[in-house]
Ligand binder design. Structure first.
Ligand code: BGC
Ligand code: ZN
Length: 367
């Protein structure tokens, strides 16, 4: 069967591979779930992998099948599987456990090992193919009523983990009740974080460079958050106007912005970094100023990567709630479909060139 792959280490190597068809029996203990792939989303991580800045092939292979944002339909299940059945819509988590204690309790997103295993990213093949099989431990059911949001499940899981982690660490404050949040970046993670924070009742300011109106600014408005173009109002000016934030989520993809955000956090606040920056940019930081502000303000910097199945499940519930609170808004993120695995070059072109392509995804098969 067809798969979209890269040769890790070789820039711009995206190509089609012919790979074997998997089967339920490939997974031990009757726990196999065979999924027919319907759609797969791609993001900046896939672009960095194709730029040979990130990612590795599985041992014994010179290629890596891309794709970590899956959506499909269950084709067959092993005898021990009870949580899904043929015909169900599903997605799958990305990371697989290593050997640390965190991996062993299902929180593989928190592995303490340097090596991590991620389908479509690092050391494991991904989902940009016709069928995949995995243990039911990593399969997450998508409710029928959310099938129009298909490939958003994985990015939502990452945003859901980031927000949940922020609340979790802020239990240190005993009575934390955040009011103002800044979300930096209006890409998929920024927009989904905006939704999550609005559902938690915060005043949310979502910042991006472009001047409104854009597709992204309309989505922010649809979520009843405030879109701020940093071209018109730089972050320092915004903070002068509305005050520092209790919570900041950086999803700009820029380490420069991630560090700059430190100046906009209020006392006792938390800044969450979510961007994967595979490049080698370095810059000057006002270390004394930041150090004293962070110490005197008891501020916290939190990195957040990936998500486990609980984050997928909570993210899916929040997408469902989002459909009730802000109907038909989240689907506007799904901007750029590409038809069929054969169109891998177009998929990569959109990812690299099209500034307005908020979400590129491949329609792998019809139902
Ligand atoms: C994926 C995450 C992954 C991260 C780092 C992101 O694009 O969505 O699942 O953990 O890249 O590899
Ligand atoms: Zn991703």
């Amino acid at each position: 069967m067809k798969a979209i792959a890269v040769t890790p280490g070789t820039p711009n190597s995206v190509h089609l591979e012919d790979i074997p068809m998997p089967s339920v029996g490939d997974i031990a203990d009757g726990k196999g779930v065979l999924v027919r792939v319907l759609k797969v989303g791609v993001d900046a991580t896939d672009r960095e992998i194709n730029d040979a800045l990130y990612g590795n092939a599985p041992p014994g292979f010179d290629y890596l099948v891309l794709g970590h944002e899956s959506f499909g339909v269950v084709e067959a299940v092993g005898p021990a599987v009870t949580k899904v059945k043929p015909g169900d819509y599903v997605t799958a988590t990305v990371r697989r456990p290593g050997g640390s204690i965190y991996d062993q309790i299902g929180t593989y997103d928190m592995t303490s090992e340097e090596t991590y295993y991620e389908r479509g990213i690092n050391l494991l093949h991904g989902y940009l193919t016709e069928y995949f099989v995995d243990s039911d431990d990593y399969i997450v059911k998508v409710p029928k009523g959310l099938k129009h949001l298909h490939v958003l499940m994985e990015p939502m899981s990452c945003a859901a983990k980031a927000v949940q982690q922020a609340y979790e660490v802020q239990r240190r404050m005993k009575v934390w009740s955040p009011r103002r949040a800044l979300v930096l970046g209006a890409g998929q993670i920024g927009l989904l974080a905006t939704l999550l924070l609005k559902l938690r009742g915060l005043d949310v300011y979502t910042l991006a460079r472009s001047q409104a109106p854009t597709r992204n600014s309309e989505i922010v408005a649809g979520l009843e958050a405030a879109y701020v173009s940093t071209t018109a109002e730089p972050i320092e000016k915004l903070v002068e106007r509305v005050g520092k934030a209790d919570l900041i989520v950086d999803a700009t993809g820029s380490s420069t912005m991630a560090f700059a955000a430190m100046k906009s956090l209020g006392h006792n606040g938390v800044l969450v970094w979510t961007s994967i920056t595979g490049g080698a940019i370095s810059g000057e930081v006002q270390t004394d100023q930041i150090n004293i502000e962070w110490v005197l303000g008891n501020k916290l910097l939190l990195g957040s990567v990936n998500a486990n199945s609980e984050h997928f499940e909570s993210g899916i519930k929040d997408l469902a709630l989002g459909e009730v609170m802000y109907p038909k808004v989240a689907e506007k993120i799904l901007t750029n479909p590409v038809d069929g695995l054969d169109n891998y070059a177009e998929m990569m072109r959109l990812l690299v060139e099209a500034k307005t392509a908020l979400k590129v995804y491949v329609n792998v098969a019809e139902e």
